[in-house]
Design a protein around this ligand. Structure first.
Ligand SMILES: *Cc1c(COP(=O)(O)O)cnc(C)c1O
Length: 505
């Protein structure tokens, strides 16, 4: 027996690697998983969009930490029995809630390949970084940004918007604010967005240390576009009060109804007032890929930065948020930080600066670029643009069905891919809220709700490339059916109604 070299740690003779003893066995498991997942996507229409999770399905996920391993086949069975049937449903063409992308089989395969490479995209000189740079370049071209623009994959637009606020903050206060803190000058910084903007903008102001009170939410017009005159007037009032306006966040596709602000007018205002112009284009920005929709985004090419999600209308599997910044130098000023262990070289693995870690808070990062690259290469930007245009055409179709149906009421103009409507009845807020729950529990369709002018709306956001006319018609038929049943039922009655009496549509 040899003495253990340190602290009693033994080196056993048998290999402790996590790799299998028998590669053929894991290969067989892998092939089966792949086949099952392809079958799942191919047969998605036969499934309910979503279904309530029984307690028995949650129980296996409340176990103690497993000290001993189990067979892969057993673990996989838990996945197929308890996870797959109770997913969100956004792969399904009947999913119309919030703004969720549908993903694609190509994206799924690319995710598997990325996991095999296990690349860390914080930095260093390896080909996966070049793939991310390729996407930065393609995105730069999509939006007509100049050479020298920078970009980075992040989790989602919430993070991209936060990072844009940080870039704008450092630009306004100077790079030394990263050492000194935001101080007195920071307390005067004031930002602007519309009342229809996504809540993550306010959260970004809070996290950036500027406070959500320093965000002015400007009134919108009847089409939910920011009132540019009111914006200009508020900036003037704030300057007169000694505050320091620094940032305007415009929306290219508001989350409630899909409105696009007048980006051209805001670009001009920002230029004249020397304000950072950021666009929250979470889903709407990619409408530049659809030739008929692109003119609606005119002015976006003047933005200082754009946040967008490839995981929404880009159909890339979660997550694939993205931040594009017009001047890479500004972007790096907000995030690059030297460290001895991240020293750059001109040759070897530490070559190839600038690295992605110079463009955001993350050091270790996954290979989100690969699934995006596969998606763009395999389908092509035009085909993705056609999917986006088709989603809007389906939304128009839904709008026309609603306008032709006296029992339904349209609650907002349909400018893009989002339709807000409701069933006309007494106690309409309660009844329409119940209709949406019944729709979700029935598995027929999964819209969500929003509140417009104090009125609860059924909100259908058409984002999924699989959604078709039949899904729109099923949604309308089911709303009418549940509406008729609900408006004759007493409040709180029949919580199980939807499931106990399935309706045929
Ligand atoms: C979805 C969305 C966000 C948030 O993006 P995440 O990717 O969910 O973080 C922000 N703004 C708008 C307009 C959105 O639609």
């Amino acid at each position: 027996m040899t003495r253990p070299p340190h602290g009693g740690l033994h080196l056993s003779a048998t290999s402790e690697t996590l790799d299998p003893q028998d590669w053929n066995e894991i290969r067989a498991h892998g092939h089966r998983m792949l086949d099952d997942m392809i079958d799942y996507i191919a047969g998605i229409r036969e499934r309910p969009v979503w279904q309530p999770i029984p307690e028995a399905a949650r129980a296996p996920f409340r176990e103690a930490l497993p000290r001993q391993g189990s067979d892969l086949a057993e673990v996989y069975r838990d996945f197929t029995d308890f996870i797959v049937p109770y997913a969100t449903g956004n792969v399904h063409p009947g999913f119309m809630g919030w703004v969720h992308g549908g993903g694609s089989p190509v994206g799924m395969l690319a995710e598997m390949l990325a996991a095999g490479l296990n690349a860390n995209l914080g930095g260093r000189d390896h080909m996966p970084i070049e793939v991310e740079r390729q996407i930065v370049e393609w995105t730069r071209q999509m939006f007509g940004f100049p050479n020298g623009a920078s970009g980075i994959f992040v989790t989602g637009t919430s993070m991209a918007n936060l990072m844009a606020v940080l870039v704008a903050r450092t630009c306004a206060l100077g790079k030394s604010s990263r050492q000194r803190g935001i101080g007195e000058a920071g307390s005067l910084l004031t930002a602007y967005t519309s009342r229809a903007a996504h809540g993550c903008i306010s959260k970004a102001m809070d996290i950036a240390g500027l406070g959500s009170d320093a965000l002015r939410c400007i009134a919108v017009d009847g089409n939910h576009r920011i009132d540019v005159d009111a914006l200009r007037a508020q900036i003037a009032r704030d300057r007169a009060a000694g505050l320091d306006p620094f940032l305007v966040v415009a929306s290219a596709g508001t989350v409630d109804i899909g409105a696009i602000d007048d980006l051209q007018a805001i670009a001009e205002l920002c230029r004249e007032q020397e304000l950072w112009f950021h666009v929250d284009g979470a889903f709407g920005a990619l409408a530049v890929l659809a030739p008929d929709l692109a003119p609606r985004l005119a002015g976006i090419e003047h933005a200082g930065s754009i946040a967008l999600d490839f995981h929404k209308w880009g159909q890339v599997p979660y997550d694939a948020g993205f931040l594009l910044v017009r001047e890479g130098e500004r972007h790096r000023e907000a995030f690059a930080a030297p460290a001895a262990y991240l020293r750059r070289e001109t040759r070897g693995l530490a070559a190839g600066s600038h690295w992605p870690c110079d463009y955001g808070p993350d050091l270790s990062r996954g290979f989100r670029a690969l699934k995006t690259w596969f998606t763009l290469k395999t389908y092509g930007a035009d085909r993705l643009g056609a999917v986006i245009a088709r989603c809007c055409a389906l939304a128009s179709h839904l709008e026309s069905l609603i306008l032709a149906e006296p029992r339904l009421e349209l609650l907002a103009p349909v400018g893009l891919n989002i339709v807000c409507f409701r069933y006309r009845t007494e106690h309409a807020d309660r009844v329409n809220g119940e209709i949406v729950v019944s729709l979700q529990e029935s598995g027929i369709a999964a819209p969500s709700t929003t509140v417009l002018d104090g009125r609860l709306a059924i909100r259908a956001a058409i984002v999924n490339h699989r959604t078709d006319i039949c899904d729109i018609e099923r949604l309308v038929a089911a709303v009418l059916e549940f509406g008729a049943r609900r408006s004759s039922a007493a409040p709180g009655e029949d919580a199980q109604f939807a499931r106990s009496q399935p309706i045929a549509v």
